[in-house]
Design a protein around this ligand. Sequence first.
Ligand code: URA
Length: 444
Amino acid sequence: LSIPDLIAKKRDGLELSPNEIQQFIAGLSNGDVQDCHVGAMLMAIYIQGMTEREICSMTMSMRDSGERLSWPNYRGIVVDKHSTGGIGDKISIPLAPALAACQMKVPMMSGRGLGITGGTLDKLESIPGYQTQLTDEQIVQLISNVGCGIFSQSVKLNPADRYLYSIRDVTATVPSNALIVSSILSKKAIEDLDGLVLDIKYGSSAFMKTPENAEVLANWLFKVSELLGMKTCCYITEMNNPIGYCIGNALEIQESLDLMKYKQGHSADLEDLICEQGGRLLLLTNKAQTIEQGREMIRDTFKNGSALQKFHDMIIGQGVSPSIAAQLISNDEKAVQSILKLSDVTHQAISTQKGYVQSIASFNLGTIVQRLGGGRLKSTDKLDFSVGIRLLKHVGDSVQENEPWAILYAPHDASKRYPSFLDDLNSSLVVSLTPVQPLQRIYK
Ligand code: URA
């Protein structure tokens, strides 16, 4: 069939054969498929869904669209974690170095922002010099010498996901089980893993709005990853409220550094999720005997500075100058701020009520950051790393009337970019008159 015929077949709800899916994915690289075809096919898949056979074929065709990594010398210790995306979700950034500090190998092929959710690679690019596109040789060196690397798909590694991902981001076709499963697992299947943790988010700012829908996605991810021979554990976690205190590219790197420095006041919420998921990977690969032991092994890498040192070595291995890396891991806060610059235009969000924080609408906050330049509306958009929101409160904290609960770092032309940004910010805090329990992030 021609490419338009393949699109029509999917549009009409018919099943594409493995060969037809393979033809479409190959067309992304050989020039047979253009952006308009991709947009139309993605929307057809979004609307019609895919059968199990189609999802498996799509994942395998994407995995095979480029080269694969292989780690014969590190059998048993190659692990990774991937999330479906959330607001303030910077878990991968401290987790990869923490695992490397536990002698694991973490070849983490990560993603950019999708819709309102921030992307690990975008956040890391707020560090001057950080290269996300690495050659196979660079990845092998990084994994051998440091133990972890966080990099992108490339013309050689999963070019199909690289292409589809950028078009999904701007065509309202992200929240599709078929597209999420094939995108995530095609990347993970290239990495030659011994253990994988997947974090499937549900909530107002996640692609899956309810825990039930997240569970359906988790079951798909689990089933296909098993078929691909990966030992996987799925978490379903809450994503109505932001993770940690920071949202925005440079800000989230600052928050990740604070955790790796084990600074007072770092986010316990963030730390606990990282320890849980990292600990699970240690358990999956028999490096820990119990989940409790695994969690403490990860926590220790933050307390003793070994994760921070691995982060330093990783970013140098990915192009950052030794002097910038040294300043970032130092306790010189001014030096860190001068590298991870935030906008000097700030707005405070003020509570209009006294009580306890019941919820913080992460959907609004993610949208504000995206619309003010921290995320993309077109695939060619350049990000403004200096935009972000720092929360001063978490769910369960007490708050006074007229007390600031968040600071927005905004561009000079914020009102032009997103006229309702201040109203949306101020309406994002929900206060209860009675005490509120801290969040339970893990649903299942
Ligand atoms: N992360 C990915 O890599 N792909 C998705 O589709 C969603 C989250």
